[in-house]
Design a protein around this ligand. Structure first.
Ligand SMILES: Nc1ncnc2c1ncn2[C@@H]1O[C@H](COP(=O)(O)OP(=O)(O)OP(=O)(O)O)[C@@H](O)[C@H]1O
Length: 369
């Protein structure tokens, strides 16, 4: 099955060439080993994306440097070429700046999608083509399935690892060229393969949620890059009462209950909306978080019927819920909670990703009085 990913009919009686996107982690190392084992000419490419000491302005060691050395060691062991491209300024513009700006605009960003869209599937894609490759393989947990009308994007078989939500913006042209051999495997099997293959990274811990925020303290990174994100403002109830003062919009996200520091209330209150214009954090009862529909922008459609019933996933950790598309709106069959502008809405038919887009605004079920 996995071998099928690397059966590249070049049609010219020559050995296929595969570029493997290598992060220095266990997943992409196994992909490189599988590609090399398939008999293809395999080239590892690593993008230097950030340096914790410099790009992100933190003290600490240069993890990116260690990862590059790990990728190089794997390539040496496999006897394949390895190239490193300095991509720090591009990553900063396309991913880190966008991340910080989203918080300023009162949105909750998903940097992994921006990274997949930019550095990985646009820039790396071009590099792979420039290197004369027939395919670009990555260690993403998602499946590329050949359907009646060509390649389709499907969820990974390992539900705990599935990354399809983060890949909704993959275009059909990109999907033609990409290979994701790990989507058919549970993570435990990938680690076992790495150990059997004698790869030094077999026991390396999994990477962080947001790679450039290793300690998870994204608010302090945003404050450093955009000091205005720490501007104080009012916490206002939907009924108009001013309840207190907040410490900057960056510290709040739609649906949040904890850390509001507004005591003496009889009912629990949640962040319902962030208003960058007035710098207000609007709070209300849980019922105010109920969303009936949302407007989607920059929709990427990968094929399949968009008029029929489908399921929509509106946060990376959310379960897909029944919904329908109506023009540029997604209408949920039942009220949905915690839908935040800046997050993605990804649409599925069973295991297949039909497409997705960005949540621009939500239509509350309970309108603010
Ligand atoms: N700096 C990088 N340079 C080249 N490719 C990368 C880089 N970072 C990630 N990738 C590619 O994107 C895939 C998914 O990245 P992601 O960060 O989601 O997974 P990961 O847990 O880091 O995977 P891995 O175990 O390979 O490190 C990787 O498996 C790899 O193919």
């Amino acid at each position: 099955m996995i071998e099928a990913d690397f059966q590249l009919g070049t049609g010219q009686n020559r050995t296929p060439r595969i570029v493997v996107a290598m992060s220095g982690g266990v997943d992409s190392s196994v992909v490189a080993a599988l590609a090399a084992r398939s008999g293809a000419e395999t080239i590892g490419v690593t993008l230097q994306l950030y340096d914790h000491g410099e790009a992100v302005g933190r003290a600490g060691s240069c993890c990116a440097g260690r990862d590059i050395r790990d990728a190089r060691a794997v390539c040496d062991r496999l006897g394949i070429a390895h190239y490193v491209f300095d991509h720090e300024s591009s990553f900063r513009e396309q991913v880190i700046d966008d991340f910080a700006d989203s918080y300023l605009a009162g949105r909750t960003p998903i940097p992994c999608v921006k990274c997949n869209m930019g550095p990985k599937f646009t820039d790396l894609f071009k590099m792979a083509r420039d290197l004369g490759a027939d395919a670009l393989a990555t260690g993403h947990y998602v499946q590329r399935v050949i359907g009646a009308d060509g390649p389709e994007l499907h969820r990974a078989v390992d539900p705990a690892r599935d990354q399809s939500y983060f890949l909704f913006a993959t275009t059909s042209a990109q999907l033609d060229f990409l290979r994701f051999p790990l989507g058919r495997l549970p993570k435990a099997a990938v680690r076992e393969m790495a150990a059997e293959m004698g790869l030094g990274v077999a026991g390396k811990p999994d990477s962080q949620d947001i790679c450039f925020v290793p300690d998870g303290d994204y608010a302090s990174l945003v404050r450093k890059l955009r000091p205005q994100a720490a501007a104080v403002g009012e916490i206002v109830h939907l009924d108009g009462r001013v309840l207190g003062e907040h410490r900057g919009l960056v510290n709040y996200t739609v649906g949040q209950r904890r850390g509001l520091e507004i005591g003496g209330l009889t009912e629990p209150l949640y962040v319902v909306r962030l208003d960058p214009e007035t710098k207000r954090v609007l709070v209300g009862p849980r019922a105010a978080l109920a969303v009936a529909a949302a407007r989607i922008e920059d929709m990427n459609w990968l094929g399949g019927d968009h008029r029929g019933p489908l399921t929509a996933k509106v946060r990376s950790m959310a379960k897909p819920v029944d919904a329908r598309l109506d023009g540029d709106r997604v209408v949920f069959d039942a009220l949905e909670y915690g839908v935040a502008p800046g997050q993605a809405a990804v649409f599925y038919a069973g295991e297949r990703v039909l497409g997705g887009g960005w949540i621009a605004e939500t239509e509350a079920a309970l309108l603010a009085a």
